[in-house]
Design a protein around this ligand. Structure first.
Ligand SMILES: *[C@@H]1O[C@H](CO)[C@@H](O)[C@H](O)[C@H]1NC(C)=O
Ligand SMILES: *[C@@H]1O[C@H](CO)[C@@H](O)[C@H](O)[C@H]1NC(C)=O
Length: 469
């Protein structure tokens, strides 16, 4: 499962959170909602990094809805997104007082210079988030809760926001993290038309921002012009007879290898909807009524390690298995039609069962010179199974070149046989096992590589075969 961040303690009386806290790298990142007499802020405290905060004018009565670290393959590019609604107290009765927002800071930020933004973020930017159909009047502006699903170490993922409108109707909008990222890194700044020299304001750089002109621009123009719009343009198509009070999400790796987003939605009437969200559609997998007393779901938490979902109302707490596969009947057809990515059909037991977590093998190291040809062998134990190679964390698949009892990965077009972990996977009846894995290290020091260079690839294959026994 991916990294999950979710905000807690939501209730209809207090639609947003008084405070959101996020510990990271020995510091505490926190976002304080505005309450009487306090304007609200985003701060970094404790830890060895500089203590920083937002300037008061940057946030307009913020009500925070969540926060999430956005990972990156390069550590210094890590950012934190804060999700909130701003409230305009002087808006007229016929005007919408709320605006949904994403605020962003870079974790390497060390503040400005002596007399300019010394204790303020120099990388803070905020954007307007829209949730509604296209440019229609029907917009949901109050962001009440935000949940982010991201890949483990990649800058990719999806943000789910729970929004409400002035009549208390709730919807979920989904956003691509790549889209948000793109907006923050390319959009013009609102109200600023001047030329900029040097690094773009709000850009993550390894060095600290100390250009006085750039700092000045940042201080007075913290908002980007581009507006963040949901994927599929409109809110997710969900039943509308009951209002959503809380949401959590999980990334599931299904039998077919794909990753799926599953949302759990708690409702005003104490129900839980389990929803599959794909790029094509939204599908209600199942619906639960767990509680004796009908009351709103106030909180939910996922334990991905143990595979449980906890759901709380004001009176009760209940636990559900994430992989609740028994409820889909006793036929393969029913199991598959459920579209529950946690479940798969076990042919031998004739049951719909939870997909077991993948058993990883420890990779054997192979040192190679950049210009030698490497062949990686994988023993074929079952001719009913399909064998394939994956690189790193299954970003791409590679077919085998068969050679007797081995599924061999060799240097063909587009196969980056240079560095990385290569895993041989066997799939049978929808179940997948890892057979063997190799870590290729680009280095010519070892005998295997130099032998391969002089004696050709067949020897390396033979040697690797020997290691298998
Ligand atoms: C709040 O609403 C009033 C009335 O429409 C408007 O004049 C003012 O500019 C708004 N404030 C902000 C910060 O948008
Ligand atoms: C491989 O690379 C080394 C050093 O870069 C070079 O000396 C050698 O000739 C190359 N071998 C082949 C087969 O291209």
């Amino acid at each position: 499962a991916g990294q999950i961040s979710s905000a807690s303690h939501i209730s209809p009386q207090f639609p947003s959170h008084r405070a959101i806290t996020l510990p990271a790298d020995g510091s505490l990142y926190s976002a304080m909602s505005s309450v009487e007499g306090h304007s609200g802020s985003i701060r970094r405290t404790f830890g060895s990094q500089k203590l920083l905060k937002t300037e008061n004018v940057w946030l307009l009565n913020p009500q925070f809805a969540g926060a999430s670290i956005i990972p990156s393959s390069e550590k210094y590019k890590e950012e934190i997104y804060f999700f909130f609604s701003e409230f305009n107290k002087t808006a007229r009765v016929d005007e919408e007082p709320y605006r949904a927002r994403i605020g962003r800071i870079c974790m390497v930020d060390e503040g400005g210079v002596k007399n300019l933004m010394a204790d303020s973020w120099t990388t803070f930017l905020k954007a307007r988030v829209m949730c509604g159909a296209g440019n229609t009047q029907q917009q949901y502006n109050n962001l009440k809760q935000a949940v982010v699903l991201t890949a483990q170490d990649k800058r990719a993922g999806v943000l789910y926001g729970l929004f409400s409108n002035a009549w208390g109707r709730t919807v979920i909008c989904a956003y691509s993290i790549e889209d948000i990222d793109q907006a923050f890194s390319t959009s013009k700044l609102k109200g600023y038309s001047g030329q900029l020299t040097g690094t773009r304001p709000g850009t993550v750089t390894a060095e600290n921002q100390n250009n006085v002109k750039t700092l000045g621009v940042m201080r007075y123009h913290p908002e980007i012009e581009d507006v963040i719009r949901p994927v599929g343009v409109a809110p997710l198509d969900l039943p509308s007879d009951d209002q959503i009070t809380h949401t959590v999400a999980d990334i599931v790796r299904a039998v077919n290898e794909e990753h799926y987003s599953v949302l759990y939605l708690g409702t005003e009437q104490g129900k839980i909807l389990k929803v599959l969200h794909t790029s094509e559609d939204v599908f209600i997998i199942s619906q639960y009524s767990l509680f004796h007393n009908e009351g709103p779901v106030l909180n939910m938490a996922i334990d991905t390690q143990k595979g449980h979902l906890y759901v709380a109302t004001a009176m009760e707490v209940q636990r559900l298995p994430l992989a609740d596969c028994g409820r889909y009947g006793d036929t393969c057809r029913e199991c598959i039609l459920s579209r529950d990515p946690y479940c798969g059909w076990d042919k031998s037991r004739r049951k719909c069962v939870a997909i077991p977590p993948l058993r990883r093998t420890s990779p054997r190291e192979v040192f190679v010179q950049s210009n030698t040809s490497v062949f990686l062998p994988c023993p074929v134990h079952s001719f009913h199974a399909t064998y394939r190679w994956e690189k790193d964390n299954c970003i791409k698949n590679y077919p085998c070149l068969f050679s007797g009892d081995f599924c061999v990965l060799g240097p063909v077009v587009d196969t980056p046989l240079k560095e990385g972990v290569f895993r041989c996977m066997a799939t049978e009846d929808g179940f997948k096992v890892e057979v063997i894995s190799f870590r290729l290290v680009n280095d010519g020091r070892l005998l295997a590589a130099s032998l391969a260079f002089t004696l050709g690839p067949s020897l390396l294959l033979a040697m690797a075969t020997l290691w298998l026994h």
